[in-house]
Design a protein around this ligand. Structure first.
Ligand code: MG
Length: 204
């Protein structure tokens, strides 16, 4: 993308490149126009990508918390902390992008410190780790796999809570939901799963 921008600006019309119209005054690459302003000044800094996922068994009487949002349901994930699979997958994606290990290394499930703790604390701590290592978060995309209940009413609140925990703008976080189509442990209503991808950038 950056190479495209340099060529557009430096090649002369006599070499056959398209001449910009009077209205076409942006110095940003065409694909970047319309992208939120927070991205454009840093388009040329090196980026790193990371992936994360999490899977927990569902059990009766457990709280269902996703992205820090409490969702009314008669089952919830079993685990040491609040077992927020969305937050955990995002933590692993961010840690992986920065090559800072994984969530188990930073928040071991044998530590009483994290017993029943909110996973929003994990997100905040991971943000601090990335900042200390010289990275900023560009965006996060995540998908939650859950057979029931439907998560559509909670998507926006989840995006906002995750963004707030990571000191991001809401449009830097995308959360989606999928059912298991009656297949595998998610589809049978026995488990909840989340997958996440994170893009981070070296602070210039
Ligand atoms: Mg987990």
């Amino acid at each position: 993308m950056s190479g495209m921008a340099i060529n557009e600006g430096s090649m002369s019309p006599s070499r056959g490149t398209r001449k910009r119209s009077d209205k076409d005054t942006s110095s940003a690459p065409r694909a970047a126009r319309g992208v939120a302003k927070w991205v454009i000044p840093s388009l040329y800094s090196p980026c790193r990508v990371g992936i994360g996922n999490d899977l927990h068994r569902l059990a009766d009487g457990r709280k269902l918390i996703l992205g820090g949002v409490r969702i009314p349901f008669d089952k919830g994930p079993v685990g040491h902390s609040d077992s927020d699979v969305l937050a955990h997958a995002i933590c692993d994606a961010l840690l992986g992008a920065a090559r800072l290990g994984d969530i188990g290394r930073h928040f071991p499930n044998t530590s009483p410190q994290w017993k029943n703790s909110s996973s929003l604390l994990f997100l905040r701590h991971v943000r601090e780790l990335l900042e200390a290592a010289g990275y900023r978060i560009v965006n996060i995309d995540a998908t939650v796999g859950l057979e029931r209940p439907k998560l559509a009413p909670y998507i926006l609140p989840m995006e906002r809570k995750v963004a707030a925990a990571l000191a991001l703008k809401p449009d830097q976080v995308s959360v989606k939901a999928k059912s298991g189509e009656g297949l595998d442990a998610v589809g049978r209503g026995e488990a909840i799963r989340a997958d996440a991808v994170a893009l981070i950038q070296i602070c210039s």
